[in-house]
Design a protein around this ligand. Structure first.
Ligand code: C2E
Ligand code: MG
Ligand code: MG
Length: 696
């Protein structure tokens, strides 16, 4: 920079050349270029050609005098700030001196001039000039830095207004520097929530800076003038004033589009298979884990499928790797057509593919996909003029049956896949270690149960209860059935425990009550000897808060007389809720409804406890009746129960009577009523109506 340093220029003006020579000599020691003019006119011309640091001006001159020259200088912006020192021999009085100052001279010296004084004064101006030069250089350098910087630079005041910026910033934001100046910086910030007006003083930028800290963001977005987003990183530092207060912000930012692209590419490379562009093993595992978390939350199943192409090695070996690669790509494409958007296909390496079926309803959903895959691979692949046939073996594991974490699930799917291979390839296998077929069935039922009620899959059968003394049907028990869409009619013992598990039994029980009341109400009128309609009550219903209302509503809706309704409660369920049972049973009895203890003899109830319950009937469990003739104990128990019933004034009903011998035994033991296949199996409502018609 020093090379460019300009040597200061001094102009000396005097109409007498000899004076100029004297002056020139005097000023010779100074580091300055000296210019001479012998008239006001030539002095003015020179000032337009050169930048002078100082003018030494004679006052008295022919033509234009010194005052006039000074006056002329003050008219032009380029010259009006040049300091002028008057030097005179003749006008050495105060009047002229003052006039000189009035015209704007910085000094007014009389001849003879003291050399030292003059030189001293001139030196001051030279120094000032020097300083100004340095300042200018500095300014220039700053501007140069700003202009040539690759980064965008913003100077903001404390209100967030842009007070300076550079061409790079303007270019990055797709605008011009002067369009940016005085604009609020917030225009450039990405404001995610448009409904919220941006508040500068609430912004992170303002807050960090106000605290005097530097803010660094390595991943942010600015908004260009065309509203496109610009990914940026930036550093914002506070600008301090002389009092060391934060007076503004200087923000230096750069475009990180390239970095972001590279990052995205790297991520893609790390997570996707380069050949098929399908997720790789790493992403696959992440996907399973995410799917697992969701399935757990929503109580759903997921299936993990492992696929291995059959005899892929042969294809690779005979047709070459290029064809092998094309085949893998083609298989990937076809697999995609077999799944839903929410499912994921991955290539785990080699000829191994894997699929996550997200949130399925039944394990069978995986079967459907597996069959589809086998089907879709049947058509030949036309690769490089070769017609290639390929099949696959598929292993399936289902969460939560075959594992509850990604490692177990993938491992088990892999095991299942090997089994499929061993069993002749081109097929699929569910992972199982014996347990699973049954579990799948169970799980299937559970899933189906959730929808059974609204899909109207339940129906009721009715079984008559025969009074041994009156020799007629006095009761009917309603028995629940589930007509499963694929498995057919399922018996209550096979689904009620599951319905209890998933808390569905209360709503189902409510449906049973209502339906029974509505169906049986007309029978009571038509067949006057029919007195009791029995409905089984599940354990969970006893805990239902509004159970009494449920009973009330069911009867009300069907205009059903409470005295004709009998609720059967198993001995076990009474015993598991003893605290609540007594109170509840009393209240049920208060409704006018009678109560029976079902499956009596299996629940180990204490007889003294039973005595206190408002029960009208004991139903002796099938198992005792069945074994009357094989097991002396059972015969004794049945007799005892009947005798006990008599003593407690309870009606006894024997369930599961299948033979004449059993019937005779029970008659002799003076059992009150019997129920069983011997007399009639549970039958549909229509059949029951016909049966009653015939038998009453
Ligand atoms: P349960 O209340 O003891 O019903 C009698 C069961 O014995 C019925 O079985 C009936 O079909 C069967 N049974 C009747 N006669 C004979 C016979 O001669 N031999 C044999 N081996 N069995 C006979 P089901 O219908 O399968 O019901 C089983 C159990 O499921 C019922 O036992 C009852 O505890 C429960 N259940 C049925 N429907 C409902 C219902 O709507 N709600 C509730 N909570 N439980 C129900
Ligand atoms: Mg029953
Ligand atoms: Mg029973």
């Amino acid at each position: 920079m020093d090379d460019n340093k300009e040597i200061p220029k001094i102009l000396m003006v005097d109409d007498k050349p000899e004076n100029l020579v004297v002056l020139e000599k005097l000023l010779a020691p100074l580091e300055a270029t000296l210019y001479k003019a012998t008239s006001g006119n030539s002095a003015l011309t020179l000032t337009l050609e050169h930048d002078f640091v100082l003018i030494l001006l004679d006052v008295q001159m022919p033509g234009m005098d010194g005052y006039e020259v000074l006056d002329m200088l003050s008219w032009d912006d380029r010259t009006k700030y040049i300091p002028v020192i008057f030097i005179t021999a003749n006008y050495a009085d105060e009047k002229h001196q003052l006039k000189g100052y009035r015209y704007g001279a910085v000094d007014y010296l009389f001849k003879p001039i003291n050399e030292q004084i003059l030189l001293g004064k001139i030196k001051v101006f030279l120094e000032l000039y020097e300083q100004k030069q340095q300042y200018k250089q500095l300014q220039k350098r700053y501007q140069l830095i700003l202009d040539s910087a690759g980064e965008g630079v913003f100077g903001l005041d404390l209100k967030g207004k842009i007070i300076f910026t550079n061409p790079a910033a303007a270019k990055l934001l797709d605008t011009k520097v002067d369009q940016l100046i005085n604009q609020p910086f917030s225009n450039m910030l990405k404001i995610t929530d448009n409904s919220d007006p941006f508040e500068w003083e609430a912004s992170e930028l303002y807050k960090t800076l106000k605290s005097g800290n530097v803010l660094y963001k390595d991943d942010d977005i600015f908004i260009k003038f065309n509203r496109d987003p610009l990914p940026v990183e930036y550093t914002a530092s506070p600008i301090h004033n002389e009092k060391n207060q934060v007076a503004g912000i200087v923000l230096v930012f750069s475009d990180i589009t390239l970095r972001k692209t590279v990052e995205a590419q790297l991520t893609h490379m790390a997570l996707y298979d380069h050949l098929t562009q399908l997720p790789n093993r790493i992403l696959f595992e992440k996907t399973i884990n995410r799917a697992l978390a969701r399935a757990e939350r929503h109580n759903r199943l997921i299936a993990v499928m492992f696929l291995d192409l059959d005899h892929f090695k042969n294809i690779n070996d005979t047709l070459g790797h290029d064809v092998g690669d094309l085949l893998l790509k083609g298989v990937g494409e076809r697999l995609k057509t077999c799944i839903r958007e929410s499912d994921t296909i991955a290539r785990l390496g080699g000829d191994e593919f894997a699929i996550v079926l997200d949130e399925i309803e039944h394990p069978e959903d995986a079967t459907i996909v597996a069959k589809k895959i086998i089907e879709v691979l049947k058509a030949p692949f036309n690769l490089d003029e070769h017609e290639v046939f390929v099949s696959t073996s598929i292993g399936i594991s289902v969460y939560p049956l075959s594992g509850s974490d990604s490692i177990t699930l993938t491992k088990n799917a892999d095991i299942a896949m090997y089994r499929a291979k061993h069993q002749g390839r081109n097929n699929y296998r569910f992972f199982s270690n014996g347990m699973n077929e049954e579990n799948i069935h169970r799980l299937n039922l559970t899933q189906g149960l959730r929808h059974a009620l609204k899909r109207d899959e339940f129906f009721l059968c009715y079984q008559p209860i025969y009074d041994l003394r009156q020799k007629t049907i006095t009761g009917v028990e309603a028995l629940l059935r589930w007509n499963h869409p694929t498995l057919g009619v399922i018996q209550p013992n096979d689904f009620i425990p599951m319905a209890e598990e998933i808390s569905m039994m209360t709503v189902i029980g409510e449906w049973v009550l209502k339906t029974t009341c509505l169906t049986c109400r007309p029978w009571l009128e038509k067949f006057p000897r029919l007195k009791t309609i029995s409905v089984n009550i599940a354990s969970s219903q006893l805990l239902q808060r509004d159970f009494l209302d449920v009973i009330g509503h069911a009867m009300e809706q069907a205009d059903f007389n409470p005295k004709n309704l009998q609720l059967e409660i198993t001995e076990t369920s009474i015993m598991t809720n003893t605290a609540r049972s007594a109170d509840l049973l009393n209240r049920i009895q208060e409704l006018g409804v009678t109560l029976a203890i079902d499956d009596f003899g299996t629940g180990y109830s204490s007889l003294s406890y039973l005595k206190r319950l408002p029960v009208a009937t004991l139903k002796i469990d099938c198992s005792f009746i069945q074994d009357i003739f094989d097991d002396i104990d059972d015969a004794a128990i049945v007799k005892t129960i009947i005798a006990l019933g008599k003593s407690m004034n309870l009606k006894t009903v024997a369930e599961g009577v299948e033979t004449q011998e059993q019937l005779t035994f029970l008659e002799e033991a003076r059992c009150d009523e019997i129920q069983g296949f011997f007399y009639c199996k549970p039958i549909t409502a229509t059949e029951m109506e016909a049966f009653l018609q015939k038998n009453q």
